[in-house]
Structure formats: structure tokens, C-alpha cells
Design a binder for this molecule. Structure first.
Ligand code: BGC
Length: 741
């Protein structure tokens, strides 16, 4: 008998294999496009041929959202996210279940689910860590699938042209190369989990005020070299399934029916293969939008339902145009694997998510000031600590709007069970700075004061060895900040605490830059951004030296609002807003609100390029961030050629291990008429104390080029290029001039 066993095993295995093969064959016989050896395009073309016009139209729109469009009875099959497009079971095509997922999966609370909140997207960019970006996206992808979704609506990459934009926390900073590469790494991480990825809001939706009515005026070259370049890099490096067109108009035409943006640039120049989905309620026409290249309307079907069907039947919208819209959606579904690997609901890995969130935040915190090596705190010397700041006993602030992730147990500042998240209401995540500091400060007395009464906070600070103030600035979609100042008199609170105790450390929880009038009075400043589910532990690990900070600013901290390219945000007049008495404002938005004008005359001079060109001093420059160790740079060599190589050495000259973000900038020949310098590459280098490493950064020639509107393409201007290397945009000790042609 024992002799027979191997034969039996082999026979069973063979039978199983045959069964599997015949099942596979049956599948591909029934649906030949299920053959995974075919390309996504081939598979999509085969499906399109089988579809009726009604089936095609059904893929090109959503099924409604309360307050934004009519509701379809089919919406009951939605998974509870922001968008749902029906599947075609007859052809084996699954539904698209979409969820917002900027820094975690949205709407988990109202659906009785759990999501991890990662540090905000701008925090992710502050890590300058592409592998970290991939892990960021992969976590979102896993949690989307576990919750029953197969499409992310994250991927925000609008440049921080206007830092008071209420969505600055959702984007990736002010530099197109950094932002483009970071968003690509997040989207790659998502799509690796078989989730349709999205990049948004295309394009130039750089302020929230009057977003449905604003007309952005900008010249073509400036647009291509700034905001559009971030999208170009993001798309080329991640092949996202979708691009979300924005609410605003660009040079006179709504982005979602703008042929220049959608067809000439996106689909032709950049060779984008995926589909263009509207922002929610961003569609304004049928024929014009279809001809311009808009593929899918969300969340309803005002223009791409019956109206599109009629337009096709009457020949106003050509059949091949509709087939192309459908093809793009199907192709993306095959390419990302959502057809072959349908999502299965499961329990989210909470502990694993917290670990990822903590590590990403530790990688993103930026140390802005550290006089007298106040940090890291030394437990043997610090015996009493004052933790001060609004709600620093219970939580940390998070970013709002459609990016909002719901905190477990509800908003930390509300009683348990009363913690729903509401539009335009700040949400505090239950990650307690007070508890985290206490857990690290063995043997020290740690006391709390909310700062509501600055003199009581100052008294506590005076009686403590060290004061740590947690200061916040809240941002959300659907609003812009009134100014870059901290709200709620926090500047006054910090000044009073610092006057009482020179050992004052400020931890900023902000979505972007703030003005810091007390910068000279405190010993240390940490930028923690919106720190996510495990934020307070990550901050405490940096405060006490378990982690050496390595983040660098992805955006400039200016000295004042007056130094910005636009000291005031242009606001819409009453006639550019929906009638406040209307019960269905979406109808007025769809019909088109009266435009008001914003002129981006600063053009390509976004962020540091503006301050450099205008010789305006700043508070903390782009690319800046300190460490508990120090680094030196030496031995620069630049090899000219098609892809210039920049080689240099970085040395850790201190006595702690750390990671240095080594930045490479270039100046162009003066005939190019460009700002003094631009970021062209970087490398995050991990170094032990005393260790040196040779670093090579290959520079993509596009990053050295200008966009020529005459030649409709990128052009390298022959001449002398300066390559500058160092640890911040304003600390570049190495420089070499090289002729390129
Ligand atoms: C936002 C988008 C979001 C959509 C769906 C819109 O208000 O601008 O970013 O994806 O809503 O929630």
C-alpha cells in the first residue's frame, strides 16, 4: 500500500490540474477576453464588440449621490462610497465601487467599518521617500479591497501655488518633480493591490474659493512647466487607471470639457491610456465634453445618460467616440487586475495599519529648529514636562472634506458615540500627545494645560523643565484659510509660554505652511503635519530620540501672507455662487455659474521659484529640515550626456545614525528665462555615524528643459547649466557648471 501513495498523490494532482485547466478554458471559451495572456487593450476591444449601446452608456456614468445628482434605484448596490458604476455581469465585467482615499479610506464610520488614517499626503511628500509612498498606496489599496471597493479616488497632486488652499494637506507640495514622483509611487502602491488608481484634480484647481466658477488664466508654457508637469510625471511613472478632471475653468473652458487639457495634452502628448472621470458634478455638457475627451460622468448621469444615448443615436456623438470612452474604462479594469482579482471583503488589519501609519509619520516629521540641541529630550535631565495645547490631552487634528477618514470611536473631542464626522467640522483623531509623552518620559512629571487661559499655561510652563506646545491649523476641502496665521490666538499662547520658559518646543499639526512670529523665542519646532492614526507615538519617538528626524519641507514657509504671489485670494461674487435658496444647487452648477477670473501671472514661479526670483527672504525654505546629526557634502562630478549623472559624497559628521535627503538643483542658461533654480532629483541616503556614501542622481533631461509652445514639446536650450547639491534649496554647498547641447 505505501508504494501506491505517490501514484495516488500524482493522480489526484493531475485530476485537479485538468479540472482547473478545463475551468479556465470554459471561462475563456465563454468569455475569450478572460484570457489573461492577451493585453488589456485586446481584452477591452473584444468586450466593446459584444456590448449594446445601453450597456456602453451604463459604464459611462454613476448612479447618483444625495445632494449632487438624481438617484438611481440601482444605487442600492453601491458599497457606500462616493461613486458606483454598474457592472455587466453577462460579460463578466464587475461594478466599479469607488471610494475617496486621500490618506485612508473614507466613509468607514457610516458604513460600520474601520480605516487607518495615514499622515496627510503633504506629510508623505515631506518624507521624499518613494518606497514609503508605495507603502502608503499599498495600505490604502489593501483597506479599499477589504472594505469592498475596487477604485481609489485619491491621488491629489495640484501644486501648492496658493498655500491657503484648504486642500494643501491633500496634495504633494509646491514642486512638480517631487509631487509627480511621490504621487506616482502612491498610485503604483494602490494599483499593485488590484485597485483602480486615480490622479486629480486636473488641472489648476489651486484654490477652493469659487471652485465651480473660477476661470484660471495662465499661459501655456507656464502651465506645462508647473502644475501640468506634476501630472505628466505622475501619469508617466504610474499609468493610473483614471484622471479626475477638476471643477474650474482653464483659460475660458471648464476642465471637464477642455479639449486642450483632455485630448491634446493628456491623451495625445502624454499618451494616457486610462479614462477621464469628472469631479463630482464637474460635467457641464454632452457633445462638447465627449468630443473633448471626458470619458465618465460622476456621480450621476445628467449629461452621459439618456442625453448621451440620444446624441449617439442622432449621430451628434459618433459611435467610435463612445467606444473609445468605454474601451478606456475596460482597459484600465483589465490592466489593474480588478476583473481577474475581484475584491473580497475581509477584516482590516488594524494593528498592521497602525504600524505603517506610525513609521510613515516618523519618516515625514520635519525638525525646523533645534537651538542648543534641546531635542531629543534626555530622560536623565528632564524631570518635569508641561504638555500644552488645544486637545493635546486627547487627540491630534486631521484634514477634512472628502479626504476625511473617520476616527475609531469618533471625534476625540466629543463624547463617545457622538463622534460622526460632519462636513466642515474639525475632527480630532484619538492619538493622545499627553499619553504618548507620558509613556516616554519615565520618571518625569507630565502635566497638561489646554492653553485656553494662556497665563495658566505660562505658569505651568514656568514650573516645568520643558514645555511642549501642540499647535494646530485645520484645513478642509470646500474652504480656503483666511490667512497663514495659526487660529485661536495660538501665536499669543506660544509667545506667553516661551516667555515663561526658554525650553519651549512647539509641535505643529498643520496642513501646510504657517507664519511663525515666535520663531525666535522658542528652542525647537517640529512640523508633524496631520499625523494620522498613530501620530502621537511617532511624534514622541522623535521628541525622545528613538527616531532621528529626516523629513524635509515639500513647500516653503514664507514670512508673511504679503510675500505670497497673491497676497489675497480672489473670491467669487454672489452671482458666481448657486442661489442660496435653491434646493438643488447642483442643477445650477451643472448649467454653469458665472465665471470670475484668477490670473496666475506668476506663471512657473510657484513656491521657492517665486521667492528665489523675487529675492524675498523666507522663514523656512523648500527642502529644509534638520536632524539630530549633521551631514557634509563633497566631491561633486557631473557627467554631461543625454541623461546627465550627478555624483557626489555625503558624510554623516555627527554621532547618530540618520537619513539625509540630498537634493540636486539646476540653473538653466539665461536665454531660457527661467527662475534661478529648479529641483531635478534627490536621493535619501541612510548613514551611520561617520559613514560616507557616494550618491549618483541621474537627471531626466525633461527636468532640465523648457516647454516650447512653438515646437509643442520639451526643448533643451543649449548652453551652460549649473548643478547644485546640498541639504536644502538654500544650502547648496556643491556647484558645477556644465555645457549641455
Ligand atoms: C472632491 C473630489 C472627490 C469627490 C467625491 C469632490 O467634492 O473634489 O476630490 O473625489 O468629491 O467625493
Amino acid at each position: 500500500m505505501p508504494l501506491l501513495r505517490p501514484f495516488v498523490r500524482t493522480a489526484v494532482l493531475l485530476c485537479l490540474l485538468l479540472l482547473l485547466l478545463s475551468f479556465g478554458n470554459a471561462q475563456s471559451n465563454k468569455h475569450p477576453w478572460m484570457n489573461t495572456s492577451l493585453s488589456a487593450d485586446e481584452r477591452a476591444s473584444m468586450v466593446v464588440k459584444e456590448m449594446t449601446l445601453d450597456e456602453k452608456i451604463s459604464l459611462l456614468h454613476g448612479t447618483g449621490m444625495v445632494g449632487l445628482s438624481p438617484m438611481s434605484p440601482l444605487a442600492i448596490h453601491s458599497n457606500g462610497g462616493a461613486g458606483y458604476t454598474v457592472g455587466i455581469p453577462r460579460l463578466g465585467i464587475p461594478a466599479i465601487q469607488m471610494s475617496d482615499a486621500a490618506y485612508g479610506v473614507r466613509m468607514s464610520g457610516e458604513n460600520g467599518r474601520y480605516s487607518t488614517a495615514l499622515p496627510s499626503c503633504v506629510a508623505g511628500a515631506a518624507s521624499w521617500d518613494l518606497q514609503g509612498g508605495f507603502e502608503y498606496g499599498a495600505l490604502i489599496g489593501r483597506e479599499l479591497r477589504a472594505q469592498g471597493y475596487n477604485m481609489s479616488l485619491g491621488g491629489g497632486v495640484n501644486l501648492t501655488r496658493e498655500p491657503r488652499n484648504g486642500r494643501t494637506f491633500e496634495y504633494m507640495g509646491e514642486d512638480p518633480v517631487l509631487a509627480g514622483k511621490m504621487v506616482a509611487s502612491v498610485i503604483r502602491g494602490e494599483q499593485a493591490q488590484h485597485v483602480l488608481g486615480d490622479i486629480k484634480h486636473y488641472a489648476l484647481n489651486d484654490q477652493e474659493s469659487g471652485r465651480n466658477a473660477v476661470n484660471v488664466n495662465i499661459d501655456q508654457r507656464a502651465a506645462r512647466e508647473s502644475d501640468l508637469l506634476a501630472f505628466e510625471i505622475g501619469i508617466q511613472e504610474s499609468d493610473p487607471a483614471a484622471v479626475m478632471c477638476s471643477y474650474n475653468r482653464v483659460n475660458g473652458t471648464y476642465a471637464c470639457e477642455n479639449k486642450y487639457l483632455l485630448t491634446d495634452v493628456l491623451k495625445k502628448d502624454w499618451n494616457f491610456h486610462g479614462f477621464v472621470v469628472t469631479d463630482w458634478g464637474g460635467a457641464h455638457s454632452t457633445e462638447k465634453a465627449s468630443a473633448a475627451g471626458m470619458d465618465q460622468e460622476q456621480p450621476g448621469w445628467i449629461f452621459y445618460g439618456d442625453a448621451l444615448k440620444k446624441a449617439v443615436e442622432s449621430g451628434k456623438v459618433p459611435q467610435p467616440e463612445v467606444d473609445d470612452h468605454v474601451h478606456r474604462i475596460l482597459r484600465s479594469m483589465f490592466a489593474t487586475g480588478v476583473v481577474d482579482n475581484p475584491q473580497e471583503k475581509s477584516v482590516v488589519d488594524v494593528a498592521g495599519g497602525l504600524e505603517v501609519a506610525r513609521k510613515l509619520e516618523e519618516n515625514s516629521i520635519v525638525l525646523l529648529k533645534n537651538d542648543g540641541a534641546q531635542l531629543p529630550l534626555d530622560n536623565s535631565k528632564v524631570h518635569s514636562i508641561a504638555v500644552i495645547g488645544p486637545h493635546a490631552d486627547v487627540g491630534m487634528i486631521s484634514g477634512g472634506g472628502s479626504a476625511q477618514v473617520d476616527p475609531p470611536g469618533g471625534n476625540a473631542i466629543l463624547p463617545p458615540g457622538k463622534g460622526q464626522t460632519r462636513w466642515l467640522e474639525p475632527v480630532w483623531f484619538p492619538t493622545s500627545p499627553l499619553k504618548s509623552v507620558r509613556s516616554k518620559a519615565a520618571g518625569a512629571t507630565v502635566q497638561f494645560d489646554s492653553g485656553a487661559d494662556p497665563s495658566s499655561a505660562a505658569t505651568l510652563a514656568k514650573n516645568s523643565d520643558v514645555a511642549i506646545v501642540f499647535a494646530y491649523q485645520w484645513e478642509s476641502e470646500d474652504m480656503d484659510l483666511p490667512s497663514l496665521s495659526l487660529p485661536e490666538h495660538q501665536d499669543d499662547l506660544i509667545a506667553k509660554v516661551a516667555a515663561a520658559n526658554p525650553h519651549t518646543i512647539v509641535v505643529l499639526e498643520t496642513g501646510g505652511p504657517v507664519t511663525i512670529p515666535w520663531a525666535g523665542q522658542v528652542s525647537s519646532i517640529l512640523e508633524a503635519w496631520y499625523a494620522g492614526s498613530a501620530g502621537s507615538d511617532a511624534v514622541a519617538n522623535v521628541l525622545f530620540g528613538n527616531v532621528n528626524p529626516s523629513g524635509k519641507l515639500p513647500l516653503t514657509f514664507p514670512r508673511s501672507d504679503a510675500d505670497l504671489p497673491h497676497p489675497q485670494i480672489v473670491k467669487p461674487g454672489a452671482d458666481s455662487k448657486p442661489d442660496p435658496s435653491s434646493t438643488e444647487p447642483w442643477k445650477q452648477i451643472a448649467a454653469g455659474l458665472k465665471a470670475f477670473q484668477v490670473h496666475y501671472d506668476e506663471g512657473v514661479k510657484v513656491g521657492y521659484k517665486w521667492y528665489d526670483a523675487e529675492s524675498k527672504p523666507v522663514l523656512f525654505p523648500f527642502g529644509f529640515g534638520l536632524s539630530y546629526t549633521t551631514y557634509s557634502y563633497s566631491n561633486l562630478r557631473v557627467t554631461a550626456g543625454k541623461m546627465p549623472h550627478v555624483v557626489f559624497t555625503v558624510t554623516n559628521t555627527g554621532n547618530r545614525g540618520g537619513a539625509e535627503i540630498a537634493e540636486v538643483y539646476a540653473s538653466l542658461p539665461s536665454s531660457a528665462s527661467e527662475p534661478p533654480k529648479r529641483l531635478v532629483g534627490w536621493s535619501k541616503v541612510h548613514l551611520k555615524p561617520g559613514e560616507s556614501k557616494e550618491v549618483t542622481v541621474d537627471v531626466d533631461p525633461k527636468y532640465l528643459s523648457i516647454y516650447s509652445t512653438d515646437q509643442h514639446g520639451w526643448q533643451l536650450i543649449p548652453g551652460e547649466y549649473g548643478f547644485m547639491v546640498g541639504g536644502s534649496s538654500q544650502d547648496l554647498p556643491l556647484k558645477e557648471l556644465v555645457s549641455l547641447n
